[in-house]
Design a protein around this ligand. Structure first.
Ligand SMILES: *Cc1c(COP(=O)(O)O)cnc(C)c1O
Length: 354
């Protein structure tokens, strides 16, 4: 049913990938005169004059231990955004193929499709923010290459039912991408343990959220070795900088600290849910498996502007389908969350007076 070779673009199937100096020589040596680097060094005390490992093996081995996934099943991108874009470039013929998203969802699936001139089909979520499998099925044709599922979903904050994702994985012969950017804030099981069962599964995770490293830009794709080989074929040779590789490697030693932050953020999220629910202007706080809340207020634009006057920026999602009147609010520090609640209390007070 799933045939990777047939799913690939013909030009990628035939592609002879770029072979870097670091690919061609892998052994031990004292004198490296093969990559046209600056042999004298760099202006930085910490030298960065050498090209980094194109396959980031040290980072992958450290991740492998944490995730329980062999390194050959891991691809690292310059943010998840690179992991997303490369799938279009490898699998979707511009002007011909299509993909399916389940909105409201993360915007990059659609933007990246448009950049690559790939048609976007939309199976809007049901009112409970779950997959509309009936609609989804009607959208699939022989040119449908990818179905994007974000779980926990941004901006709705809920997890998608596991059984529904399994139905898609079992019945769709193209790629099924499960974006788990927020999985660490959820009690649900990741799909990365299911790779052996599903040759069409790609799981995306990121260092940008729970790991607190959005500034470094490191996204992860977990998939079959065959899909990872495709990723490696089309990526830029040195897509992850030496600085990022070193810093991520150091961060991966600190799982204890990261788990503490995750627990703290989840506790503060639940406190924020309670505090928000007490405010008269809040109509609904949706359940969250992420580090943000989707909150329905009366006039989202007005509340957004009001908070901005107090120097507080949230995300106005009121123009997004199924999110009418909604703001998306990231869980902040204890102090930031209190400032938010205080500001919203005065908004209510102002309303009552006027
Ligand atoms: C934040 C986020 C990402 C992370 O993207 P990076 O490029 O890794 O920073 C990926 N997917 C979703 C759904 C997100 O909300």
């Amino acid at each position: 049913m799933f045939q990777l070779d047939q799913l690939l673009r013909e030009n990628i199937r035939q592609l002879v990938p770029y072979s870097s100096a670091r690919d061609e020589f892998k052994g031990e040596a004292q004198v490296f005169l093969d990559a046209n680097e600056n042999s004298l060094g760099s202006p930085l005390t910490r030298w960065y004059n050498r090209y980094p490992d194109p396959h980031q093996w040290k980072v992958k081995e450290a991740l492998s231990k944490i995730k329980g996934i062999p390194p050959q099943h891991i691809f690292l991108g310059n943010g998840s955004d690179e992991c997303i874009d490369l799938l279009y470039r490898a699998f979707c013929n511009p002007g011909k193929d299509n993909i399916i998203i389940n909105p409201p969802t993360y915007g990059m699936y659609e933007v990246s499709a448009h950049i690559n001139d790939v048609e976007v089909r939309r199976a809007v979520l049901l009112d409970d923010f779950q997959l509309d499998l009936v609609h989804l099925e009607t959208l699939v044709d022989e040119n449908t290459k990818i179905i994007w599922i974000c779980s926990p979903n941004n901006p709705t904050a809920n997890s998608i039912n596991r059984q529904d994702i399994e139905i898609v994985l079992n019945n769709f012969p193209g790629l099924v991408v499960v974006d788990e950017a927020y999985i660490n804030f959820s009690r649900h099981r990741s799909f990365i343990q299911e790779l052996a069962d599903y040759p069409n599964l790609v799981v995306l995770q990121t260092m940008s959220k729970a790991w607190g490293l959005a500034g470094l830009r490191l996204g992860m794709a977990f998939a079959s070795e065959a899909i990872i080989e495709v990723y490696n074929k089309v990526k830029a040779p040195y897509n992850i900088s030496q600085a990022t590789q070193e810093l991520v490697l150091a961060a991966l030693e600190e799982t204890g600290q990261v788990n503490d932050m995750i627990r703290a953020l989840v506790t503060m999220r639940e406190q924020l849910v309670q505090d928000l629910a007490l405010l008269p202007l809040v109509r609904k706080v949706y359940p969250s498996d992420a580090n943000f809340l989707l909150v329905k207020v009366g006039d989202a634009r007005a509340v957004y502007q009001y908070l901005l006057q107090d120097g507080i920026v949230v995300r106005d999602r009121s123009k997004v389908e199924l999110c009418e009147g909604c703001l998306r609010i990231t869980v902040g520090t204890e102090k930031e969350n209190q400032e938010l609640i205080q500001a919203l209390r005065t908004y209510d007070a102002g309303r009552i007076v006027s």
